[in-house]
Design a protein around this ligand. Sequence first.
Ligand SMILES: Nc1ncnc2c1ncn2[C@@H]1O[C@H](COP(=O)(O)OP(=O)(O)OP(=O)(O)O)[C@@H](O)[C@H]1O
Ligand SMILES: [Mg+2]
Length: 532
Amino acid sequence: MSESPRIRPLSEALANQIAAGEVVERPASVAKELLENALDAGARRVDIACEEGGVRSIRITDDGVGVHPEDLALALQRHATSKVATLAELETVASLGFRGEALASIASVARVRLISRRAGAEEAWSVAAEGGEPGAPEPAGHPVGTTVEVRDLFFNTPGRRKFLRAERTELAHLETVVRRLAMARPDLTLSLRHNGRQRLHFPATEDRARRLRDVLGRDFGEAAHPVALEAEGLAIHGWTRAEAGELHTFVNGRAVRDRLLQTALRRAGEDLGLEGAPAAVLHLSLPPDEVDCNVHPAKAEVRFRRGRDVHDALVHAVGEALSGAFVADSGGSAAAVAESVPEWRPEPAASGAMAGTPSPEGGGARVLAVWPEGYALLAGEPPRILDLHAARTALYRRRLGAPGKVAARRLLVPLDLTDHRVPHLWPRQGDALATLGLVAMAEGERLRVERLPDVIADTEPAGWIPELLARLEAGEDSGEALVAAAANHPAAPPTAQGVAELVRVLEAGEGMPEDATRALEAATLRGLMDRK
Ligand SMILES: Nc1ncnc2c1ncn2[C@@H]1O[C@H](COP(=O)(O)OP(=O)(O)OP(=O)(O)O)[C@@H](O)[C@H]1O
Ligand SMILES: [Mg+2]
């Protein structure tokens, strides 16, 4: 029989490295911890610079309250925190951090430097640690606030380093962390540079919807429906879309991926006929003592004291938002959508670039005027008139795809048409149209539309289906007839922003079709402007 192994305490360094395994998985987790510290320090602006997907370095600078010089070394040690001192405080903690472990964990697996200056202090101090033990503090130059620099992640734990992925992948994870934080805190100015180039920039704003558009793009904004529910101390606010997509949930300002929340969202989606959870960005707020954030080392999950209530409230709130939204989508009242979603009104096209999205200048279109009849005036030398019907037709035609391969979406609530000619003509055309993603059934006097091709989801079927049938009866090719009819019936009147986007998409693809624009003589332009 072999001897029983003897027990020895772990060295401090090894204990920290083991703890780091739970919190520091990859550069993105380092960024998350450092960002949370910056927020807990009251920062209004945070700049992140990283190299090689964050593996070589991550530097995060904030303008928060700073660290007392005598506490600098302590900040890098385990179980040292300024945020909670008693169990009672832990149970109602409002700060993002409370474990007093993040910096120590990071310092045990990387080279870390902490530089900080407190408000009112004459000078800044810095302390460095390499794989653990902090050195002595030294005077340094730094404005009020803190910079934490993390270099050579996992330099001393090659086994962990092997799990890191390609630079691109690590950067994508890092960007996700920054984008999530941006959604949680629109009041914060945030930027991310990678290998010296700016990747993300979100200027502070009071307008949550605007920040969301900055982060997720206009597409999300335009199809998003507001969610709002307040009941018995629980508040749910945000936006959702009637299709699968990015899902972000926040609890008291903390980004969480919680199973209970995901189950609730899936339920809400399935209730409405989706195959899973709808795309959503949802902020839940509830009293801190009703949520336990201390159940997961990276605090990615939480536990709710009234889990059932939270679940039901979420299903209800999202269901309401989507079912209400759908009536407007299918019933043809674009105005109703605009009214129920005031914050999503399109901005003027010239309002400038958003981080991560090509600027209107980049696409070459500045829209000077839009006429509801379907024309727009584009800036340029010379200015050009854009025929919106021709432009939309080109776009739909390019995107429609081959019969049988057309992406289609199922309507949450089927759309009933009662135009008397339509049900009569449908059976003859139904098969050809089904291969294009347009699925409908004639039932007595009405036509029930169940699926629409994705590319024309922003149009008004009640308007274009009769026109489509007329074109087919006249012998037009079914694909051509579909795009031409749909292009004549946009769901909403044209806006400058919509036109700019249309031009951008066309130019980014195969270019503007020749028949869509023509140059404009100065005299004609003056005439048009007078009319406007
Ligand atoms: N950017 C910063 N500005 C000001 N103080 C900071 C900053 N970063 C860290 N600190 C100080 O260092 C301490 C240790 O930070 P660390 O992240 O290790 O622990 P924590 O935030 O208290 O808890 P957790 O482990 O849950 O993140 C903090 O409590 C805080 O006092
Ligand atoms: Mg922390």
